[in-house]
Design a protein around this ligand. Structure first.
Ligand SMILES: *Cc1c(COP(=O)(O)O)cnc(C)c1O
Length: 388
């Protein structure tokens, strides 16, 4: 039988543009390949920070390291604790471990974002920071997180790795906490293959970030003067050259994906048991790193999520299984504190699937294909209910 969709899906990143080629070659021919020699990285950091309304930005080798730097710049030290949500990319927690601190895993709400009440319960005397994640590109409930942070005197690090251009109540992700971290890894909305940035409005935080990412130097200091403890965590000029032109493209891409997400939601109204996971109330711009869908096995003859993924892939629709709850990551267990079950995040393992960003770069007919395939799979599943 022919699959519902035989056409492929858009590639990500999109094909390189003329300006990217020119800028890359300019850096290549300049011989100034490192950020301490050329000016591309510094200029991009300023432009990106400006685009999210933050005063300062420091580019880094990747998003994980950006989180590590932000935590340290805000005073997190070995032995401290940092609250992270259970449903996120593992790097949110491993960045905490990298800083020598201990992740405290908190459950999420129905939107799959950090549950502020869980964070409030878990904060203790050693807790120094909280890391809300703007999952899928929808900002976390930053007012509630801010309230918890104030109560317990916590620094707030936004994990905005998936949220370039996101807004909550029309305020940009990037200025909703004390510092915010974005990723430019190859799957992200803006990418140079790898890369990251920390932005902050606070000049002192910026100077610490800058120093730590540049081997402990001072901004106007000498080359072999290292008053701070620091590392070489700098981005290259090539990465900045690839990224700069994407700033102008981002808005259009976000609009494209928002329109696809709306079309997908409409198409899925016909499919019982496969429903968009709502974004937090107050999301005024979602960046759609992925569209999370809630799968209800009883509506599909009781077949488990894995069967849905396999059947959809056979129809030309490669959905994604998404994250495991961080409470189920064996590598993290020895490094966490006060680990408790996180029932909402753990249930998501069996019930949440994603339509990823590149698929949302396709057209509306492709969104209809997703719903058509789901209906067909559902028919088949109902005729052969699952039995173990
Ligand atoms: C991608 C990502 C990171 C890590 O960024 P890298 O650039 O891959 O190191 C951290 N947190 C979240 C939520 C991410 O999606």
């Amino acid at each position: 039988m022919t699959p519902v969709r035989t056409e492929g899906w858009p590639q990500w990143p999109p094909p390189a543009g003329e300006e990217q080629r020119e800028r890359l070659l300019r850096v290549l021919d300049s011989g100034k390949w490192g950020a301490t020699a050329g000016g591309e990285t510094e200029a991009f950091a300023a432009a990106f920070a400006h685009s999210v309304g933050a005063a300062h930005g420091v580019c880094t080798v990747n998003g994980t390291v950006a989180l590590f730097l932000a935590l340290r710049a805000l005073g997190v030290r070995p032995g401290d604790e940092v609250i992270v949500p259970a449903y996120t990319f593992v790097a949110s927690a491993t960045a905490v471990v990298l800083a020598g601190a201990t992740p405290v895993i908190a459950d999420v709400t129905a939107t799959l974002h950090l549950d502020p009440e869980a964070a409030d319960r878990l904060a203790g005397p050693r807790t120094k920071a909280v890391m809300p994640v703007h999952l899928a590109g929808a900002p976390a409930d930053m007012e509630a997180v801010g309230y918890v942070a104030e109560r317990h005197r916590l620094a707030v690090v936004e994990d905005a790795a998936q949220a370039h251009g996101a807004r909550r109540h029309e305020r940009e992700a990037g200025v909703l906490g004390d510092a915010a971290c974005f990723s430019f890894q190859s799957g992200k909305a803006m990418t140079a293959g790898e890369g990251g940035i920390v932005v902050s409005d606070d000049r002192e935080v910026y100077e610490r970030l800058w120093s730590m990412h540049n081997v402990g130097r001072r901004i106007e200091g000498a080359w072999y003067e290292h008053p701070e403890l620091g590392w070489n965590l700098r981005m290259t000029e090539f990465q900045a050259a690839l990224l700069q032109p994407q700033l102008a493209l981002l808005e259009g891409q976000l609009e494209h994906r928002a329109a696809r997400a709306t079309a997908l939601g409409r198409a899925l109204e016909e499919v019982e048991g496969l429903d968009p996971v709502p974004a937090p109330a107050g999301t005024t711009r979602h960046t759609w790193h992925f569209a999370p869908l809630r799968y209800d096995p009883p509506a599909f003859g009781g077949h488990p999520k894995g069967a849905l993924l396999a059947a959809m892939t056979a129809e030309g629709i490669p959905l994604d299984a998404g994250y495991r709850s961080l409470t189920h990551e064996p590598s993290l267990a020895p490094y966490t504190a006060r680990m408790r079950p996180c029932p909402v995040a753990e249930a998501a393992e069996d019930t949440v699937v994603w339509v990823r960003q590149p698929m949302l770069m396709a057209d509306n007919a492709a969104m209809a294909d997703i719903a058509r395939a789901a209906l067909l799979v559902q028919q088949g599943f109902r005729q052969r209910p699952f039995s173990r």
